[in-house]
Unconditional design. Structure first.
Length: 437
């Protein structure tokens, strides 16, 4: 089988959307402290000197600044697929890419709440990208290579997190998260504004790509035709011939015998007729009621929620967002350099393991191995912080545990969540596999 053009489109859109997700998520790890304590909510000693960590209010606002993207992602994950079902995958990705371009205005922002609002918009786009990129791949890429192509989103996310942490490090190479000296943790306003504004570049490229180049999902087109065809038959309008459910390969449409779309067959049947003659089986497949109140929907809902809980309760967000503080507590000097090399670079390299083995070993074995490694590493890291006081031993073991932890995440729940969530589910409920993340 030749190289699929739609697979290249899937890889391209996953790369740019993933870069937007990863960069805008990772850039905050080295900037939350300087933004809150030096620019937005500075506090001063009686003699007028800037002081650090003098009140819990600063810690509260640091949490708000960090969590805003995650809150936006929750909303975006709910909005993405319904909008894409109505207007198409291409238009939905184009629409939210245009919205993501507004993060460029972070270069001009000096007010905390305006900054938080724009970060929420970025999170909204991230949530949509997390939904639509794997869905687009599921609907367009051949099942034999869907797993490898599906990990492209996680690879681009890891690459852009690595890039964001590198930008943090070169912007403040002598950063010290535990210092109370502002000169050790404050970043010039023009620099952090530029760092945030750079996050709009992937959205700009994604907007141009989706507008001019990206083809629409063939499955969505056929689904729309089928809905119109069914309505025409109900109201007595002449019915079109049954559509051919195929995907283009090398710019051509192959026959169903050589490249049949099993997901579409599962949803519509081989004849293209609605299951049991009911259109609501097709159109209402994304309804909450059907998901939780039908026997089949309940089955997939349990799996989706279980996957989401497994992915999020691993604590990976703590490592990504607060790694400078973790390394500081482990007595590691130059926290941003350690974050860039141990978290960013290693995280990016580890994700390629799942790409190489996902379609050979299988998703479930990799997921189980990854979760076991994360469990062991988390337990050992807790022992390191709770029982060791000697700085050299503590820092060395802490780095080793974090390396194992990140490796386990990237061969398991990190890279495989998208492909498991979409590729393993019934076609009627496939996009719910990622919605709960």
């Amino acid at each position: 089988m030749g190289v699929s053009i739609v697979a290249l489109h899937g890889l391209s859109i996953c790369f740019w959307c993933g870069c937007f997700c990863g960069y805008n998520s990772g850039i905050i790890s080295g900037l939350s402290k300087p933004l809150i304590e030096c620019d937005f909510f500075p506090e001063y000693s009686p003699n007028g000197d800037l002081i650090s960590d003098s009140s819990k209010k600063q810690s509260l606002f640091r949490g708000v600044l960090t969590a805003t993207v995650l809150c936006g992602g929750m909303v975006g994950s709910l909005l993405g697929v319904p909008i894409a079902d109505k207007y198409g995958r291409k238009k939905a990705l184009n629409m939210f890419s245009l919205l993501g371009c507004t993060t460029a205005f972070l270069y001009l922002v000096e007010d905390f709440w305006v900054h938080v609002s724009l970060r929420f918009v970025a999170g909204l786009c991230i949530g949509v990208y997390y939904m639509l990129c794997p869905l687009y791949i599921t609907e367009t890429v051949h099942v034999a290579s869907r797993g490898r192509v599906g990990t492209a989103l996680q690879i681009s996310i890891c690459f852009s997190i690595f890039l964001a942490q590198f930008v943090n490090w070169i912007s403040k190479s002598d950063y010290d998260a535990t210092s109370h000296d502002p000169d050790q943790f404050c970043v010039a306003k023009s620099i952090w504004q530029l760092e945030f504004a750079l996050g709009a570049i992937p959205a700009i490229v994604a907007f141009l790509y989706t507008y001019f180049i990206l083809p629409e999902s063939q499955m969505w087109i056929e689904r729309s035709r089928f809905s119109r065809r069914y309505n025409d038959s109900v109201y007595g309008t002449p019915v079109e011939s049954t559509p051919t459910f195929t995907r283009p390969l090398l710019g051509q449409r192959e026959s169903p015998e050589t490249f049949h779309d099993l997901a579409f067959e599962e949803e519509f049947g081989q004849s293209g007729e609605a299951p049991n003659g009911r259109l609501d089986d097709v159109e209402d497949s994304s309804s909450w009621f059907r998901l939780f109140c039908s026997p089949e929907g309940t089955k997939w809902a349990k799996i989706a929620i279980g996957l989401a809980v497994t992915s999020q309760l691993t604590g990976i967000n703590v490592v990504i967002y607060y790694s400078p503080q973790i390394f500081a507590e482990a007595h590691i000097k130059n926290e941003l350099l350690a974050t860039f090399s141990v978290v960013g670079l290693w995280n990016f390299l580890s994700v390629f393991v799942s790409t190489l083995f996902v379609d050979r070993v299988g998703r479930k074995p990799l997921m189980v191995v990854g979760l076991l490694l994360m469990t062991v590493a988390s337990f050992l890291l807790a022992l390191v912080f709770g029982s060791l006081n000697e700085a050299t031993m503590k820092s060395t073991l802490a780095i080793c545990c974090i390396l194992v932890y990140i490796f386990g995440f990237e061969i398991g729940p990190g890279a495989l969540f998208f492909s498991v969530g979409f590729g393993s589910f019934s076609a009627k409920f496939s996009w719910w596999g990622d919605k709960f993340r």
